[in-house]
Design a protein around this ligand. Structure first.
Ligand SMILES: NC(=O)c1ccc[n+]([C@@H]2O[C@H](COP(=O)([O-])OP(=O)(O)OC[C@H]3O[C@@H](n4cnc5c(N)ncnc54)[C@H](O)[C@@H]3O)[C@@H](O)[C@H]2O)c1
Length: 328
Protein backbone atom coordinates (compact mmCIF):
# COMPACT_ATOMS: atom_id res chain seq x y z
CA UNK A 1 0.00 0.00 0.00
CA UNK A 2 1.70 3.15 -1.20
CA UNK A 3 -0.82 5.93 -1.46
CA UNK A 4 -3.92 6.61 0.64
CA UNK A 5 -6.71 9.15 0.18
CA UNK A 6 -8.04 10.01 3.61
CA UNK A 7 -11.10 12.19 4.32
CA UNK A 8 -11.45 13.93 7.71
CA UNK A 9 -7.69 13.99 8.34
CA UNK A 10 -7.91 17.23 10.32
CA UNK A 11 -10.06 15.41 12.87
CA UNK A 12 -9.22 13.27 15.88
CA UNK A 13 -9.10 9.77 14.43
CA UNK A 14 -8.21 10.69 10.82
CA UNK A 15 -5.12 12.65 11.90
CA UNK A 16 -3.93 9.81 14.14
CA UNK A 17 -4.36 7.32 11.31
CA UNK A 18 -2.59 9.69 8.89
CA UNK A 19 0.42 9.91 11.24
CA UNK A 20 0.48 6.14 11.61
CA UNK A 21 0.45 5.58 7.83
CA UNK A 22 3.14 8.22 7.23
CA UNK A 23 5.31 6.57 9.91
CA UNK A 24 5.08 3.37 7.85
CA UNK A 25 6.18 5.05 4.64
CA UNK A 26 2.76 5.49 2.97
CA UNK A 27 1.89 8.65 1.07
CA UNK A 28 -1.20 10.31 2.55
CA UNK A 29 -3.49 12.87 0.91
CA UNK A 30 -6.12 14.49 3.09
CA UNK A 31 -9.45 16.02 2.13
CA UNK A 32 -11.06 18.08 4.89
CA UNK A 33 -13.29 21.17 4.92
CA UNK A 34 -12.27 21.97 8.55
CA UNK A 35 -15.91 22.18 9.67
CA UNK A 36 -15.00 20.51 12.96
CA UNK A 37 -11.35 19.67 12.25
CA UNK A 38 -8.27 21.66 13.17
CA UNK A 39 -5.46 22.45 10.75
CA UNK A 40 -2.88 21.94 13.53
CA UNK A 41 -3.71 18.23 13.54
CA UNK A 42 -2.90 17.75 9.85
CA UNK A 43 0.49 16.01 9.58
CA UNK A 44 3.08 18.17 7.81
CA UNK A 45 4.20 15.28 5.62
CA UNK A 46 0.72 14.76 4.16
CA UNK A 47 -0.77 16.54 1.13
CA UNK A 48 -3.73 18.62 2.28
CA UNK A 49 -6.74 19.65 0.19
CA UNK A 50 -9.17 22.09 1.80
CA UNK A 51 -12.30 20.72 0.20
CA UNK A 52 -15.77 19.39 0.96
CA UNK A 53 -16.15 15.68 0.23
CA UNK A 54 -19.26 16.46 -1.85
CA UNK A 55 -17.36 18.79 -4.21
CA UNK A 56 -17.37 16.35 -7.13
CA UNK A 57 -15.28 18.51 -9.46
CA UNK A 58 -12.48 19.09 -6.97
CA UNK A 59 -12.49 15.51 -5.64
CA UNK A 60 -12.29 14.22 -9.23
CA UNK A 61 -9.26 16.44 -9.87
CA UNK A 62 -7.61 15.20 -6.66
CA UNK A 63 -8.18 11.55 -7.57
CA UNK A 64 -7.01 12.04 -11.17
CA UNK A 65 -3.89 13.90 -10.07
CA UNK A 66 -2.76 11.12 -7.73
CA UNK A 67 -2.48 7.39 -7.91
CA UNK A 68 -4.38 6.20 -4.84
CA UNK A 69 -4.50 2.55 -3.81
CA UNK A 70 -7.29 2.95 -1.29
CA UNK A 71 -9.67 5.44 0.39
CA UNK A 72 -10.22 5.80 4.13
CA UNK A 73 -13.42 7.74 4.73
CA UNK A 74 -13.54 9.38 8.18
CA UNK A 75 -15.17 12.74 7.36
CA UNK A 76 -18.51 13.37 9.04
CA UNK A 77 -20.29 14.81 12.04
CA UNK A 78 -19.92 12.83 15.25
CA UNK A 79 -21.94 14.24 18.15
CA UNK A 80 -24.93 12.16 19.18
CA UNK A 81 -26.62 15.00 21.16
CA UNK A 82 -26.25 17.40 18.26
CA UNK A 83 -27.72 14.82 15.88
CA UNK A 84 -30.87 14.62 18.01
CA UNK A 85 -31.29 18.39 17.62
CA UNK A 86 -30.34 18.47 13.93
CA UNK A 87 -31.20 15.11 12.36
CA UNK A 88 -31.40 16.48 8.79
CA UNK A 89 -27.93 18.00 9.04
CA UNK A 90 -26.53 14.66 10.18
CA UNK A 91 -28.27 12.82 7.38
CA UNK A 92 -26.90 15.35 4.92
CA UNK A 93 -23.27 15.31 6.13
CA UNK A 94 -22.92 11.64 6.93
CA UNK A 95 -25.16 10.06 4.30
CA UNK A 96 -25.86 12.42 1.35
CA UNK A 97 -22.38 13.90 1.15
CA UNK A 98 -20.78 10.53 1.93
CA UNK A 99 -22.69 8.93 -0.95
CA UNK A 100 -21.67 11.69 -3.39
CA UNK A 101 -18.05 11.30 -2.31
CA UNK A 102 -18.05 7.51 -2.68
CA UNK A 103 -19.68 7.70 -6.11
CA UNK A 104 -16.99 10.17 -7.21
CA UNK A 105 -14.37 7.64 -6.08
CA UNK A 106 -16.07 4.76 -7.92
CA UNK A 107 -16.49 6.79 -11.13
CA UNK A 108 -12.77 7.52 -11.05
CA UNK A 109 -11.87 3.89 -10.57
CA UNK A 110 -10.94 4.18 -6.91
CA UNK A 111 -12.66 1.04 -5.70
CA UNK A 112 -11.31 0.06 -2.30
CA UNK A 113 -12.92 1.79 0.67
CA UNK A 114 -12.40 1.66 4.43
CA UNK A 115 -15.38 3.30 6.13
CA UNK A 116 -15.49 4.58 9.74
CA UNK A 117 -18.71 3.38 11.32
CA UNK A 118 -19.74 3.12 14.94
CA UNK A 119 -20.85 0.67 17.63
CA UNK A 120 -23.91 2.87 18.13
CA UNK A 121 -25.45 1.14 15.08
CA UNK A 122 -26.22 -1.77 17.44
CA UNK A 123 -28.26 0.29 19.90
CA UNK A 124 -28.96 -1.46 23.19
CA UNK A 125 -27.71 -5.05 22.96
CA UNK A 126 -29.07 -6.46 26.24
CA UNK A 127 -25.71 -6.36 27.99
CA UNK A 128 -24.13 -8.97 25.74
CA UNK A 129 -20.94 -8.57 23.71
CA UNK A 130 -22.07 -7.52 20.27
CA UNK A 131 -21.17 -9.43 17.14
CA UNK A 132 -21.13 -7.95 13.66
CA UNK A 133 -24.25 -9.88 12.66
CA UNK A 134 -26.29 -8.61 15.63
CA UNK A 135 -29.51 -6.82 14.70
CA UNK A 136 -28.93 -3.13 14.10
CA UNK A 137 -31.17 -0.96 16.28
CA UNK A 138 -29.95 2.63 16.02
CA UNK A 139 -31.42 4.89 18.66
CA UNK A 140 -30.27 8.29 17.40
CA UNK A 141 -29.99 10.14 14.07
CA UNK A 142 -26.17 9.92 14.13
CA UNK A 143 -26.26 6.11 14.18
CA UNK A 144 -29.03 6.09 11.55
CA UNK A 145 -26.95 8.22 9.20
CA UNK A 146 -23.98 5.85 9.60
CA UNK A 147 -26.13 2.75 8.92
CA UNK A 148 -27.46 4.38 5.75
CA UNK A 149 -23.96 4.76 4.35
CA UNK A 150 -23.06 1.22 5.47
CA UNK A 151 -26.11 -0.06 3.57
CA UNK A 152 -25.17 1.97 0.53
CA UNK A 153 -21.80 0.25 0.47
CA UNK A 154 -23.30 -3.20 1.04
CA UNK A 155 -26.05 -2.83 -1.60
CA UNK A 156 -23.93 -1.29 -4.35
CA UNK A 157 -20.70 -3.24 -4.06
CA UNK A 158 -21.56 -5.76 -6.83
CA UNK A 159 -23.23 -3.37 -9.27
CA UNK A 160 -20.54 -0.71 -8.98
CA UNK A 161 -17.76 -3.27 -8.66
CA UNK A 162 -15.99 -2.03 -5.53
CA UNK A 163 -14.91 -3.63 -2.24
CA UNK A 164 -15.16 -2.19 1.25
CA UNK A 165 -14.33 -2.76 4.88
CA UNK A 166 -16.70 -1.25 7.41
CA UNK A 167 -15.03 -0.68 10.79
CA UNK A 168 -17.45 -0.23 13.68
CA UNK A 169 -15.51 1.60 16.38
CA UNK A 170 -16.41 1.27 20.05
CA UNK A 171 -15.25 4.10 22.38
CA UNK A 172 -12.14 5.62 20.88
CA UNK A 173 -9.86 7.43 23.33
CA UNK A 174 -6.28 8.42 24.17
CA UNK A 175 -3.64 10.24 22.18
CA UNK A 176 -0.58 9.38 20.15
CA UNK A 177 2.41 8.67 22.47
CA UNK A 178 4.43 11.45 20.82
CA UNK A 179 1.47 13.78 21.45
CA UNK A 180 1.23 14.79 17.80
CA UNK A 181 -2.53 14.38 17.78
CA UNK A 182 -5.52 13.86 20.06
CA UNK A 183 -9.01 15.16 20.68
CA UNK A 184 -9.06 18.91 20.24
CA UNK A 185 -12.73 19.89 19.93
CA UNK A 186 -13.72 22.57 22.45
CA UNK A 187 -17.25 21.27 22.88
CA UNK A 188 -16.54 17.56 22.81
CA UNK A 189 -19.00 15.19 24.42
CA UNK A 190 -16.42 12.39 24.46
CA UNK A 191 -16.44 11.01 27.99
CA UNK A 192 -12.67 10.74 28.47
CA UNK A 193 -12.05 14.14 26.88
CA UNK A 194 -14.53 15.74 29.30
CA UNK A 195 -12.94 13.88 32.22
CA UNK A 196 -9.50 15.21 31.20
CA UNK A 197 -10.92 18.73 31.04
CA UNK A 198 -12.09 18.38 34.64
CA UNK A 199 -8.75 16.85 35.69
CA UNK A 200 -6.87 19.81 34.17
CA UNK A 201 -9.17 22.39 35.76
CA UNK A 202 -10.92 23.47 32.52
CA UNK A 203 -14.29 22.26 33.80
CA UNK A 204 -15.54 22.14 37.36
CA UNK A 205 -17.32 18.81 37.63
CA UNK A 206 -17.74 15.52 35.88
CA UNK A 207 -21.34 14.48 35.41
CA UNK A 208 -22.35 10.83 35.33
CA UNK A 209 -25.75 10.34 33.77
CA UNK A 210 -27.37 7.51 35.67
CA UNK A 211 -26.09 5.39 38.54
CA UNK A 212 -28.96 2.93 38.75
CA UNK A 213 -28.18 0.68 35.80
CA UNK A 214 -27.92 -3.05 36.40
CA UNK A 215 -24.11 -2.93 36.04
CA UNK A 216 -21.69 -3.75 38.90
CA UNK A 217 -21.59 -0.16 40.26
CA UNK A 218 -24.73 1.20 38.59
CA UNK A 219 -22.92 3.28 35.96
CA UNK A 220 -22.80 2.45 32.23
CA UNK A 221 -20.05 0.21 30.85
CA UNK A 222 -17.99 0.95 27.73
CA UNK A 223 -15.29 -0.75 25.66
CA UNK A 224 -12.47 1.78 25.19
CA UNK A 225 -9.94 1.37 22.40
CA UNK A 226 -6.76 3.44 22.14
CA UNK A 227 -6.66 5.58 19.02
CA UNK A 228 -3.17 4.31 18.07
CA UNK A 229 -4.38 0.69 18.12
CA UNK A 230 -7.31 1.79 15.98
CA UNK A 231 -4.83 3.41 13.61
CA UNK A 232 -2.97 0.11 13.28
CA UNK A 233 -6.28 -1.65 12.58
CA UNK A 234 -6.78 0.72 9.62
CA UNK A 235 -3.31 -0.03 8.31
CA UNK A 236 -3.83 -3.80 8.60
CA UNK A 237 -7.36 -3.85 7.17
CA UNK A 238 -6.22 -1.72 4.22
CA UNK A 239 -3.45 -4.24 3.51
CA UNK A 240 -6.01 -7.06 3.87
CA UNK A 241 -8.40 -5.41 1.43
CA UNK A 242 -5.69 -4.77 -1.14
CA UNK A 243 -4.35 -8.32 -0.85
CA UNK A 244 -7.64 -10.26 -0.64
CA UNK A 245 -10.12 -7.97 -2.40
CA UNK A 246 -12.92 -9.10 -0.05
CA UNK A 247 -15.55 -6.91 1.62
CA UNK A 248 -15.93 -7.29 5.41
CA UNK A 249 -17.50 -5.68 8.46
CA UNK A 250 -15.43 -5.67 11.66
CA UNK A 251 -15.93 -4.47 15.23
CA UNK A 252 -13.05 -2.45 16.66
CA UNK A 253 -12.68 -2.68 20.42
CA UNK A 254 -10.79 -4.74 23.00
CA UNK A 255 -13.79 -6.89 23.97
CA UNK A 256 -13.58 -5.68 27.58
CA UNK A 257 -15.73 -3.14 29.40
CA UNK A 258 -15.08 -0.59 32.14
CA UNK A 259 -17.75 1.25 34.09
CA UNK A 260 -17.71 5.04 34.10
CA UNK A 261 -16.90 5.00 37.83
CA UNK A 262 -13.92 2.72 37.20
CA UNK A 263 -12.69 5.19 34.59
CA UNK A 264 -13.08 8.12 37.01
CA UNK A 265 -11.24 6.25 39.78
CA UNK A 266 -8.36 5.40 37.43
CA UNK A 267 -8.17 9.04 36.38
CA UNK A 268 -8.00 10.08 40.05
CA UNK A 269 -4.87 7.99 40.45
CA UNK A 270 -3.27 9.25 37.21
CA UNK A 271 -3.94 12.93 37.83
CA UNK A 272 -3.36 12.56 41.59
CA UNK A 273 -6.54 14.57 42.13
CA UNK A 274 -10.00 13.66 43.27
CA UNK A 275 -12.22 14.48 40.32
CA UNK A 276 -15.45 16.11 41.57
CA UNK A 277 -18.40 14.12 40.25
CA UNK A 278 -22.15 14.71 40.20
CA UNK A 279 -24.76 12.12 39.38
CA UNK A 280 -27.48 13.15 36.96
CA UNK A 281 -30.50 11.34 35.63
CA UNK A 282 -30.16 8.67 32.96
CA UNK A 283 -30.36 10.18 29.49
CA UNK A 284 -33.12 8.90 27.31
CA UNK A 285 -31.87 6.08 25.10
CA UNK A 286 -28.42 5.89 26.69
CA UNK A 287 -26.91 2.45 26.26
CA UNK A 288 -26.25 0.51 29.45
CA UNK A 289 -23.42 -1.76 28.31
CA UNK A 290 -21.49 -1.55 25.05
CA UNK A 291 -18.78 -4.19 24.59
CA UNK A 292 -17.48 -5.62 21.33
CA UNK A 293 -17.07 -9.22 20.35
CA UNK A 294 -13.81 -9.16 18.39
CA UNK A 295 -13.54 -12.81 17.35
CA UNK A 296 -14.34 -12.09 13.71
CA UNK A 297 -11.59 -9.48 13.40
CA UNK A 298 -8.99 -11.80 14.97
CA UNK A 299 -10.12 -14.66 12.72
CA UNK A 300 -9.29 -12.70 9.58
CA UNK A 301 -6.49 -10.39 10.63
CA UNK A 302 -3.39 -11.19 12.63
CA UNK A 303 -3.12 -8.45 15.22
CA UNK A 304 -2.14 -7.95 18.84
CA UNK A 305 -3.19 -4.67 20.46
CA UNK A 306 -0.29 -2.66 21.90
CA UNK A 307 -2.15 -0.26 24.15
CA UNK A 308 -4.86 -2.39 25.73
CA UNK A 309 -4.68 -0.68 29.11
CA UNK A 310 -7.14 1.78 30.61
CA UNK A 311 -4.25 3.41 32.46
CA UNK A 312 -2.33 4.05 29.21
CA UNK A 313 -5.44 5.34 27.43
CA UNK A 314 -6.16 7.80 30.25
CA UNK A 315 -2.54 8.84 30.70
CA UNK A 316 -2.08 9.76 27.02
CA UNK A 317 -5.45 11.56 26.97
CA UNK A 318 -4.48 13.50 30.12
CA UNK A 319 -1.01 14.42 28.78
CA UNK A 320 -2.60 15.58 25.52
CA UNK A 321 -5.16 17.69 27.39
CA UNK A 322 -2.35 19.40 29.29
CA UNK A 323 -0.50 20.08 26.03
CA UNK A 324 -3.67 21.46 24.44
CA UNK A 325 -3.43 24.67 26.45
CA UNK A 326 -0.55 25.59 24.10
CA UNK A 327 -2.35 24.80 20.84
CA UNK A 328 -4.63 27.45 19.40
N1 LIG B 1 -14.62 9.49 17.99
C1 LIG B 1 -15.20 8.34 18.20
O1 LIG B 1 -15.20 7.80 19.33
C2 LIG B 1 -15.90 7.62 17.06
C3 LIG B 1 -16.60 6.43 17.38
C4 LIG B 1 -17.21 5.77 16.34
C5 LIG B 1 -17.11 6.22 15.03
N2 LIG B 1 -16.44 7.37 14.76
C6 LIG B 1 -16.36 7.83 13.35
O2 LIG B 1 -15.01 8.15 13.05
C7 LIG B 1 -14.95 9.23 12.12
C8 LIG B 1 -14.00 10.29 12.62
O3 LIG B 1 -14.44 10.74 13.90
P1 LIG B 1 -13.60 11.81 14.74
O4 LIG B 1 -13.88 11.54 16.17
O5 LIG B 1 -12.21 11.83 14.27
O6 LIG B 1 -14.36 13.15 14.35
P2 LIG B 1 -13.79 14.63 14.10
O7 LIG B 1 -14.95 15.56 14.18
O8 LIG B 1 -12.61 14.88 14.97
O9 LIG B 1 -13.29 14.54 12.58
C9 LIG B 1 -14.14 14.59 11.48
C10 LIG B 1 -13.43 15.39 10.39
O10 LIG B 1 -14.23 15.37 9.20
C11 LIG B 1 -14.22 16.69 8.63
N3 LIG B 1 -15.44 16.83 7.82
C12 LIG B 1 -16.73 16.70 8.23
N4 LIG B 1 -17.57 16.85 7.19
C13 LIG B 1 -16.80 17.06 6.10
C14 LIG B 1 -17.09 17.28 4.72
N5 LIG B 1 -18.35 17.33 4.26
N6 LIG B 1 -16.06 17.46 3.86
C15 LIG B 1 -14.77 17.42 4.31
N7 LIG B 1 -14.44 17.24 5.59
C16 LIG B 1 -15.45 17.04 6.49
C17 LIG B 1 -14.15 17.62 9.82
O11 LIG B 1 -13.68 18.92 9.52
C18 LIG B 1 -13.20 16.86 10.75
O12 LIG B 1 -11.86 17.23 10.53
C19 LIG B 1 -16.39 9.71 11.93
O13 LIG B 1 -16.88 9.19 10.71
C20 LIG B 1 -17.14 9.09 13.11
O14 LIG B 1 -18.48 8.82 12.79
C21 LIG B 1 -15.83 8.09 15.75
Amino acid sequence: MKSVLLTGGAGYIGSNVANFLLDRGCKVSIIDNLITGNKNLIPKKSKFFLCDIANQKRVTEIIKGNNFDIVMHFAGLVKVDESIKHPKRYNNFNYNKGKIFLDTCFKNNLKKIIFSSTASVYGNANNKKVKEDNNLKPINPYAKSKIKLENYLIKNSKVKNFKFIILRYFNVAGADKRLRSGLISKSSTNLIKVLCEVATGKRKKFRINGNNYTTKDGTPVRDFIHVSDLAEIHYLTAKYLIRNNKSKIFNCGYGKGYSILEVVNKMNSISKKKIPIVFGKRRENDIEVSISCIKKFHKHIKWKPKYNSLKYILRTAYEWEKKLSYIK
